[in-house]
Design a protein around this ligand. Structure first.
Ligand code: SF4
Length: 418
C-alpha cells in the first residue's frame, strides 16, 4: 500500500501518489563535455532510466545544460551545491529539475526563495536533497558515535556506556536534524505556493537513511526520492540499496529511486528495476530465473544464464525467462516462465508459454532462447534481441556432468543414472 502523497512532475514524468515509482540515475562525465554526457544519458535511456541528473560544479557546466537537454529524451536534473547562481543559470538553460542541498546552499532562505520562484515561473521541479554528510557538525557527531563514554562511580568502579546505545542516540539525533532541515525547506516552498518538489534524506548508513525517511513520511505528504548515498561498488551498493529500499517500499514509502553504485551509471538501472520487480511495484523488463548450478549440472548454466541476461538487458516488455541446469527443477521452472531452457546432458529443452518447443544441442542454446523470447516481443524489441539465426554464436563451454567427472583426478566417470 503506497503512502498517500502529493503528486509532482519532472518534465513528463509524474512522481508520487499513484504514479509508478520512477527510476533515475546520475552521469559520471564532466557535464561541460556535452558529447560524452549526452552519449551516457542515451545509454541510460536504452536500459530504462527515466530521469537523468548531472553535476553542475561550475558555470561552464551550467551553460552546457541547454545543449544536453535538446539532445536527450528523458528529463534532465541539475545537481547544485553551494552556489545559487548555478541554479539560476540551469533554470535559464531549461532543465526539468533543480536539486539543491539544504546542508550547503549559500544564502539559505534568500537563495532558496529566488530559486523556487524561478522554478515556479517556468514549471520546473525541485528536489530538497538532504544528505547526512552535509549537515553541520556531522563529523564531530560521527566521531562521538564511535566513542565509548567511561564514568568513575563513587565506589571507585568504572561504568562504561554501551556503544550500541550511543549509536542509537546519535542516530536519533542525526535523523531528526535531517528531517527538521527538510521540513524547514518544505515550509519555505509551501509559503511561496510552490509545490512541485520532492525530498530526499540520504545517508551512506542504511539504518540512518531508513529512520530518516520513516520519520519524514510520518510528518509530511511530500513525495520521497529514495537513495542510499555512497553505497559502494556492485555487491555492497546493490545490497545496501536493496535492503534500505525494501524496508521503505514495503511500508509504502518512496516515489522515485536511485541506486548509487561505484560503477557505470547504466549498471544502476537493472538493479533498480530488479528491486522494484521483486516487490511487484514495477513489471518492466525481464524477470530472470536461473538456477545457481550444483553438482548435478549438465550444461554450462553460469555462462549461458549470464549471456542470456546480458542480451535481454534492453527489453522493456514484461517477460519471464528461465535458464535451468538439469532435470531436477529445470522443467518445472521453465514451464512456468514465458520462455525456459531446461538443461540435460549437453542438450536442452526449450519451453514457450508452458509448452515444449524443441530440444537443441548446447551450441544452439543462446540462439534458441533468444528466438523464442523475440517471438513474444513487439517488433522493435524483437529485432534487438534476435537479429537472426547463426549471428549469435555459441556461449557455452559444452559441459556435461559426465565430461566434468573425467577432468577429476580420481576420474570417476560413472554416474548413478548409468
Ligand atoms: S536445477 Fe539442477 S543443476 Fe540447477 S541447482 Fe537445481 S539441481 Fe542443481
Amino acid at each position: 500500500m503506497r503512502r498517500i502523497t502529493r503528486q509532482m512532475h519532472v518534465g513528463n514524468v509524474k512522481i508520487g501518489s499513484d504514479a509508478p515509482i520512477a527510476v533515475q540515475s546520475m552521469t559520471t562525465t564532466y557535464t561541460r563535455d556535452i558529447d560524452s554526457t549526452v552519449a551516457q544519458i542515451k545509454r541510460l535511456e536504452d536500459v530504462g532510466c527515466e530521469i537523468a541528473r548531472v553535476a553542475v560544479p561550475e558555470v561552464a557546466d551550467a551553460e552546457a545544460l541547454g545543449a544536453i537537454k535538446r539532445q536527450i529524451k528523458i528529463p534532465l536534473v541539475a545537481d547544485i551545491h553551494y552556489d545559487p547562481k548555478l541554479a539560476m543559470i540551469a533554470i535559464e538553460q531549461g532543465v526539468d529539475k533543480i536539486r539543491i542541498n539544504p546542508g550547503n546552499l549559500n544564502g539559505q532562505r534568500t537563495a532558496f526563495d529566488q530559486i523556487a520562484k524561478a522554478c515556479m515561473e517556468r514549471d520546473i521541479a525541485m528536489r530538497i536533497g538532504v544528505n547526512s554528510g552535509s549537515l553541520d557538525a556531522l563529523h564531530q557527531r560521527e566521531a562521538e558515535m564511535r566513542k565509548v563514554q567511561v564514568r568513575l562511580l563513587e565506589d571507585g568502579t568504572l561504568e562504561k556506556s554501551d556503544p550500541a546505545d550511543e549509536r542509537r542516540r546519535e542516530r536519533d539525533d542525526l535523523t531528526m536534524r535531517m528531517v527538521a532541515k527538510a521540513l524547514e525547506y518544505c515550509t519555505w516552498a509551501d509559503e511561496l505556493g510552490y509545490y512541485n518538489y520532492d525530498v530526499s534524506l540520504k545517508s551512506s548508513n542504511v539504518l540512518t537513511a531508513v529512520q530518516a525517511y520513516r520519520a519524514f513520511a510520518a510528518r509530511s505528504d511530500v513525495p520521497l526520492h529514495l537513495g542510499i548515498t555512497e553505497a559502494g561498488t556492485h555487491v555492497t551498493g546493490a545490497v545496501k540499496s536493496a535492503v534500505g529500499f525494501a524496508l521503505l517500499l514495503s511500508e509504502g514509502i518512496g516515489d522515485t529511486i536511485r541506486v548509487s553504485l561505484t560503477a557505470e551509471p547504466e549498471e544502476e538501472i537493472p538493479v533498480a528495476y530488479e528491486i522494484l520487480r521483486s516487490l511487484e511495484l514495477r513489471s518492466r523488463g525481464v524477470t530472470f530465473v536461473s538456477c545457481p548450478s550444483c553438482g548435478r549440472v549438465e550444461i554450462d548454466v553460469m555462462r549461458v544464464a549470464n549471456e542470456v541476461e546480458k542480451r535481454l538487458a534492453k527489453v522493456q516488455t514484461p517477460i519471464q525467462v528461465a535458464v535451468m541446469g538439469c532435470v531436477v527443477n529445470g522443467p518445472g521452472e521453465s514451464r512456468d516462465a514465458d520462455v525456459g531452457l531446461a538443461g540435460g546432458r549437453g542438450k536442452g529443452v526449450i519451453f514457450r508459454k508452458g509448452e515444449v518447443v524443441k530440444t537443441v544441442p548446447e551450441s544452439e542454446f543462446l540462439d534458441a532462447v533468444l528466438q523464442e523470447v523475440a517471438s513474444l516481443l513487439p517488433e522493435a524489441e524483437a529485432k534487438i534481441v534476435y537479429p537472426g539465426t547463426g549471428e549469435l554464436g555459441a556461449v557455452s563451454g559444452g559441459r556435461t556432468r559426465k565430461e566434468g567427472y573425467k577432468s577429476l583426478p580420481m576420474a570417476t566417470a560413472a554416474t548413478s543414472e548409468e
